[in-house]
Design a protein. Structure first.
Length: 259
């Protein structure tokens, strides 16, 4: 998922996908929302008022999709004036400025491109994530109502799941395709791996398989014995220690842990 689209609709939303998929989403949003599309640390396009577009770009920075310039600066947002910035050559002067702004506004202290301090309200959290499979795993993050709307709008044509706070709220589809969605949720940190010592693998003839062990050494031997004809993962105490194979089959094997 090489491109990410951010837009503002009652909070910052995002959609990740391949180049064609992401550009399709960007253009489909039309002119109703502030938006941007980013890839490989660069802004490819942006649209909207400075305030709302800035929130999209800020989320991209928070997500690590865009870098912070190597500056020493204080940035703040006052509702009457919008976003402001003051650069400084001296980190101490920047710190004094940050302190002097008080607690009436959101603010960040940046030293040499690194956020050292921050204060104030965030945008509403993207608390729910929907995953579905359509030529690869796709995802949509948003608030509760927004995410459930997306989940139901997908209908019965795609394997899908919706997760929040480390729990699966709903899931649908064949075990194989649904497992890939759940596997991506685990990879993204949206779902946890059970605290097991296990080997999971995916063979195209049989689908996802799993074998649990009490002894990590026995699990490692099993992992090695599977050879290189299939995707596989070695899990020790709920932590992925080794993995091999193509990404999609690995996701299906990983998703089997929580199905």
């Amino acid at each position: 998922m090489s491109h990410t689209v951010y837009w503002h609709n009652q909070g910052v939303r995002k959609h990740e996908g391949g180049e064609a998929d992401a550009w399709g989403k960007y253009h489909a949003l039309g002119g109703g929302w502030a938006k941007c599309i980013v890839s490989d640390g660069a802004i490819l396009a942006q649209y909207g008022s400075r305030d709302w577009e800035g929130r999209c770009l800020g989320q991209a920075i928070k997500d690590g999709k865009l870098g912070i310039p190597s500056v020493t600066s204080v940035v703040w947002h006052a509702f009457a004036d919008g976003a402001k910035r003051e650069d400084s050559k001296d980190p101490m002067e920047a710190a004094i400025k940050y302190g002097a702004l008080g607690k009436d506004m959101a603010k960040l202290l940046i030293i040499d491109g690194v956020i050292r301090e921050e204060y104030g309200h965030e945008e509403p959290k993207m608390s729910h994530t929907v995953y579905w499979h359509n030529q690869g795993v796709r995802k949509h993050e948003g608030g509760e109502a927004d995410a459930w709307g997306k989940y139901h709008a997908l209908g019965g044509g795609w394997a899908k799941c919706i997760v929040s706070d480390g729990a699966i709220l709903a899931q649908y589809g064949s075990r194989d395709w649904e497992g890939r969605c759940l596997g991506q949720a685990i990879k993204d940190g949206k779902l946890g791996i059970p605290s097991v010592t296990s080997v999971v693998w995916y063979a195209f003839a049989d689908g996802a398989e799993r074998e649990d062990f009490k002894d990590p050494m026995e699990a490692a031997i099993k992992y090695g014995a599977l050879g290189k004809d299939m995707a596989k993962l070695l899990i020790i105490g709920g932590v992925i220690r080794e993995e091999y194979g193509h990404e999609e089959p690995k996701l299906a094997a990983l998703g089997g842990l929580v199905q």
